[in-house]
Design a protein around this ligand. Structure first.
Ligand SMILES: C[S@@+](CC[C@H](N)C(=O)[O-])C[C@H]1O[C@@H](n2cnc3c(N)ncnc32)[C@H](O)[C@@H]1O
Length: 286
């Protein structure tokens, strides 16, 4: 019997509906880790060799399981291939942006890869000698895994933006698919916190679920200021009020950027990442 069913049998319905949102992250955590089969490990090694990156995958890597369970892949091999290809593609897109900003001049770019997860992208970024990479995530197991298995310096993030205090300032902070999950209460505060972690000059590069994602998600009804939040996500051990699924229109993001940073938006590209997430680049000038 699943733990949630067991709970239902001993706790009245009204009480269980109050308790469930509070203990759901804990129940999900108990369900981890998942097991990677010998076949999956073999496929990981084969794909990793193709891209020249580390093959280790952490059993709690939600992005890996999200891709594996996605209906668009006809086989486990195709899904695992996509996990490694995805990280490689993101790294290429990122390198193009850095080059277009003229940042890679005469020293390695100090890069904070914020919300790195278990290294889907970090293992590829690590290979670029023009980058001095530090990864960062909220999951302590991810930070440990990145440092020990993937060989990337990694630091722990914070649940509350005002408590985020990285050990240095960076030329670039990259946050892929992080603002695509933030609730309204912390969206702008995280923009401010990440912007504050930049050197001047420095660039905050991030993606959001904008109007293309809105269409893919069935056009849910947005608030007047262009925001939608659903308390559910692929990160099964994070509280859904803190990390869910977000849509934010360009108007909303622009207003928040002006309010929180007052800094110029130097690049905006509709549906640029994964063919649906918007790309934003904001410059810290002073
Ligand atoms: C959708 S995943 C994206 C992972 C990675 N950027 C990529 O593109 O593969 C979002 C990540 O945000 C991380 N996250 C959630 N809350 C966070 C926080 N407060 N600080 C840093 N990372 C956080 C999650 O642990 C997860 O790894």
């Amino acid at each position: 019997m699943r733990i949630s069913n067991r709970l239902r049998s001993i706790v009245p319905t009204w009480l269980s509906s109050l308790i469930r949102p509070l203990i759901k992250p804990l129940l999900n955590r108990l369900a981890l880790p998942r097991i990677l089969t010998e076949e999956m490990l073999r496929l990981n090694r084969s794909a990793a060799t193709h891209y020249g990156v580390e093959s280790e995958v952490h059993p709690n890597d939600f992005i890996y399981w999200y891709i594996l369970n996605h209906s668009s892949f006809p086989s486990v091999e195709a899904a695992i291939g996509n996990y490694f290809e995805n990280g490689s593609n993101s790294t290429k897109l990122f390198a193009d942006i850095i080059a277009s900003l003229g940042l890679e001049a005469n020293r390695a770019v100090k890069l904070l890869e914020f919300a790195s997860g278990y290294g889907c992208v970090s293992r590829h970024l690590k290979k670029n000698p023009l980058l001095d990479l530090v990864a960062c995530d909220i999951h302590p197991e991810a930070v440990d895994f990145l440092a020990k298995q993937i060989g990337v310096e990694a630091v722990r993030s914070a649940h509350i933006p005002e408590e985020f205090s990285p050990p240095a300032k960076y030329d670039v902070v990259l946050a892929l698919s992080f603002f695509s999950h933030m609730p309204k209460v912390s969206f702008g505060r995280w923009l401010r916190a990440l912007f504050s972690s930049l050197n001047a000059p420095g660039y905050l590069i991030f993606t959001t679920h904008g109007l293309a994602s809105h269409k893919i998600m069935g056009r849910p009804s947005l608030s007047k200021d262009g925001f939608w939040f659903n308390p559910s996500s692929e990160q099964k051990d994070l509280a859904v009020a803190e990390y869910g699924t977000t849509i934010s229109t360009p108007d909303f993001v622009t207003a928040e950027l002006i309010r929180q940073t007052g800094a110029p938006i130097v690049v905006y590209k509709h549906a640029y990442w994964w063919e649906h997430q918007d790309l934003w680049v904001v410059k810290r000038e002073k």
